[in-house]
Design a binder for this molecule. Structure first.
Ligand code: SAH
Length: 355
């Protein structure tokens, strides 16, 4: 690490920002030493807000039907080899029940964009979860819907919404998605979600095909400006039945570096060490926490469907029961001196109360 790189990191840590040109230099000049240096600042920033707590989110992958055709995703509509499934409301509630007993206080309902889950159906599920476990937060991650739909889901009791922007560069977005999908629409959805009052999460894949350092600077600038409550990033990992099957995966090293940069840009953000990170390296999630992440999302889906929710190849944790996943992650987190927090784990960023 040269002196200029150290100064950039010092300035980023002190000011929670850097001009775009400096962010670009920071990415270009990264090496092992500067990665370790920035990770130290990122850990301390996370600890200032959250101590050594790592928050748990129970992930329930409730449908792999999808009307979209994203070029990178294994459950895209055109993948005729995907074995499609939907969980019933009852099965989803059983996942929550098992999760509650294991200490989960946030349930993340994630799925493809499945028209079967109309507002009426999804709102009913949200209401049932909220009435059974009023002390829990519900996060939805079901893609792009209308403003009226988002409003209805919020009114039904959903607290948070994850919608990765995927890339802040419009032409790059179009290169990863069919013409029927629009970057502007996705961005509008994010603004709508936040205006409604959701704790909102954006994010992107690291190393997605065609991504350059300049694209990453745009992503970082968007994240800093949008100031979401949560940011989800993980490496792109190819899926064998997609048009991007033969493209290289994103790297552990760049993902960790970006986690640290994001932590310093938004010190109080909720930042997961994602399953994709745990997939490209056996200790990827632990390294993610040591780079500034403070959330993990163990899988609560029934084991019978885990392999079918295959966004990318070799996804981990598809064989274990929820209790095993929970214990395994707890062991991993404690092994690096952190501990699992059995709390809702709301953002420490000021946000309007759920009304
Ligand atoms: N359909 C919902 C949520 C499910 S996909 C939505 O559109 O938001 C959740 C995230 O998985 C996506 O936002 C994408 O960033 C990530 N993802 C999809 N395919 C992936 C791949 N091949 N490698 C890594 N991440 C992937």
């Amino acid at each position: 690490m040269d002196r200029a790189q150290q100064q950039r990191i010092d300035r980023l840590a002190a000011q929670a920002d850097l001009p775009d040109g400096e962010l670009l230099q920071l990415l270009k000049a990264r090496d092992d030493e500067s990665a370790a240096y920035i990770a130290g600042f990122a850990r301390r920033a996370a600890q200032r807000y959250y101590g050594t707590n790592v928050y748990l989110r129970g992930l329930i992958e409730f449908t792999n039907y999808c009307k979209n055709d994203c070029y990178y995703c294994g459950i895209r509509r055109s993948n005729s080899r995907a074995d499609r499934y939907r969980l019933t409301g009852e099965q989803i509630l059983e996942c929550c029940e098992a999760g509650y007993a294991l200490g989960f206080r946030t349930f993340v309902l994630q799925g493809g964009e499945d028209p079967f889950y109309t507002d009426a159906r999804l709102c009913a599920i949200v209401r049932q979860i909220k009435s059974a476990w009023p002390d829990c937060a519900i996060t939805l991650s079901v893609g792009e819907r209308s403003a009226a739909s988002y409003r209805a889901l919020y009114d039904a009791g959903a607290d948070r919404y994850l919608l990765r922007h995927e890339t802040a560069d419009e032409p790059h977005y179009q290169s990863l998605h069919p013409a029927s999908m629009s970057w502007r629409h996705r961005m509008d959805c994010l603004n709508t979600l936040r205006a409604i009052g959701f704790q909102t999460g954006c994010g992107f894949m690291v190393g997605s095909p065609g991504q350059t350092d300049r694209h990453l600077v745009k992503d970082l600038r968007f994240i800093k400006t949008f100031a979401p409550h949560m940011v989800g990033i993980g490496p792109f990992i190819p899926h064998h039945d997609t048009p991007l099957a033969d493209r290289p995966a994103g790297t552990l090293e760049l993902t960790l570096f970006l986690l640290s940069v994001i932590r310093l840009l938004l010190p109080a953000v909720l930042l997961p060490a994602t399953t994709a990170l745990g997939t490209i390296a056996p200790d990827g999630r632990e390294q993610g926490i040591l780079a500034g992440a403070n959330v993990v999302m163990p899988n609560l889906s029934p084991v019978s469907v885990r392999k079918k929710y295959e966004l990318y190849d070799n996804k981990i944790c598809t064989g274990e029961e929820a209790a095993e996943c929970r214990l395994c992650l707890q062991r991993r987190i404690e092994s690096i001196g952190y501990h699992v927090a059995a709390q809702r784990g709301d953002s420490k960023v000021a946000y309007p109360a759920h009304t």
